[in-house]
Design a protein around this ligand. Structure first.
Ligand code: SF4
Ligand code: SF4
Length: 403
């Protein structure tokens, strides 16, 4: 098996953020300290080696960057201060761009002008739609559903959701293809050689491929669902428990809000004002409160830079929480103006809210940081499938550790 080296890989990866691993002398301390690394996923050292040696095919076939939940321990441990944790973050951006077949993600990650320009273009498109298709402006009282007929908004939501899901799922399919087909033999052999080297006495011919039985994709499917809901890998690292809880709450608010505005908008956006105990009110308040708390907390952390994980912030790391915060705040203002009985303020703020929310969703869901929400559980699932296949074919006595 021949693996070509790409001398331009390091320079290309560096366009996606901090990657300062030239000084790495392969001591392995980062992998030893990492609670999430295992025999079959010995990151970050191995992953850094791929870049330094220009092994692009192995990098594309690697799930390791998605199995890192960025606690920062490896960075604080590294004797050469090469910031391996941040390097893994950079690799997640790089891989997101590689999975994206449109090439948009690469442009957004590599250029601030492209990211701001894309947000502006989508926002302006949305502004024109509202300008031409809004309903009458009733000024005697607030009639939001007359200004923005809920059936029309709901149809738009469903179309937008379908388009974004198409891009996201096709990109996710490419991730599956790179990691399970294109580089399957290379990655699996790498694992086997690792086991052999560590003295387990496992011998296998270098060209021998490990086949992955189809049924494993079905029997391991729960891994993806469970990890998508719980993101439980956070908890493997003891210091991440607080972060896991905050992340879990933020995602629960985000998913709930998405469900309310895409699936249940006819029930959620009414001109009736229901009593406080009505689920329409408290479900909306819960989602809003955790989105507000979560985004403010993230932004304060990035401004203070006290934790290792906030030491470096790429432009894209700022944009998602900022857009989410703006979407949340404008949503709250719509609610307040509506309760205060201010018709024009409600309609204009609703228009601003839609412009920001749609721009954020179009740019972030299939091409930006939001996509990590899908890639992470998908990686855990694909890794579990690989490991089960390896376990089935490993000779007696060889133990393959699971993530
Ligand atoms: S701890 Fe630092 S020097 Fe050692 S292998 Fe990891 S990145 Fe390289
Ligand atoms: S940041 Fe944490 S989870 Fe990621 S590689 Fe480093 S030690 Fe492991």
């Amino acid at each position: 098996m021949k693996i070509k080296s790409d001398p331009a890989l390091l320079a290309e990866v560096r366009k996606y953020g901090n990657f300062d691993s030239n000084a790495c002398y392969q001591c392995g301390s980062c992998t030893v300290i990492c609670d999430l690394a295992s025999d079959s996923a010995s990151f970050p050292r191995r992953t850094l080696r791929y870049i330094l040696f220009g092994l692009k095919k192995l990098l594309l076939g690697s799930l390791d960057p998605w199995l890192c939940y960025f606690c920062g321990d490896c960075s604080t441990t590294c004797p050469r201060e090469t910031e391996p944790g941040e390097a893994m973050m950079t690799l997640r951006r790089y891989l997101t761009a590689q999975y994206d077949w449109t090439g948009i993600s690469a442009k957004l990650y590599k250029s601030r002008a492209w990211e701001l320009g894309a947000l502006f273009v989508v926002g302006m498109f949305m502004a024109f739609l509202i300008l031409f298709f809004h309903g009458p402006l009733v000024t005697e009282r607030v009639e939001l559903n007359t200004f923005a007929p809920v059936h029309m908004v709901h149809t738009f939501d469903l179309i937008l959701f379908g388009v974004l899901a198409f891009f996201l799922l096709t990109n996710a399919f490419r991730m599956y293809w790179f990691t399970m087909h294109q580089s399957n033999s290379a990655r699996i052999l790498d694992v086997i050689r690792g086991i052999k080297k560590d003295g387990f006495g496992f011998t296998m011919h270098q060209d021998e491929k490990i086949r992955i039985p189809l049924h494993l994709f079905i029997t391991e499917a729960w891994t993806m669902i469970w990890n998508f809901i719980t993101q439980k890998l956070f908890l493997k690292c003891a210091k991440n428990v607080g972060r896991w809880l905050k992340h879990f709450l933020l995602v629960s608010g985000y998913v709930l809000m998405l469900l309310l505005v895409v699936g249940l908008l006819l029930w959620f956006q009414t001109d009736n004002i229901y009593p406080i105990y009505h689920p329409q009110r408290w479900l909306g308040y819960y989602a809003t409160a955790v989105l507000l708390f979560g985004t403010v907390e993230i932004l304060i952390g990035r401004i203070r830079k006290r934790e290792q994980i906030h030491k470096f912030s790429d432009f894209s790391d700022w944009m998602f929480p900022v857009l989410l915060l703006l979407t949340t705040v404008t949503g709250i203002l719509v609610h307040i103006f509506r309760y205060m009985g201010l018709p024009l303020a409600t309609y204009y703020m609703y228009a601003v809210h839609l412009i920001i929310a749609v721009a954020m969703l179009v740019v972030e869901v299939p091409f930006g940081k939001w996509a990590h929400m899908l890639y992470r559980p998908l990686a855990v699932y694909l890794q579990a499938v690989k490991e089960r296949a390896l376990q089935k074919q490993a000779p007696e006595g060889v133990v393959v550790e699971n993530v």
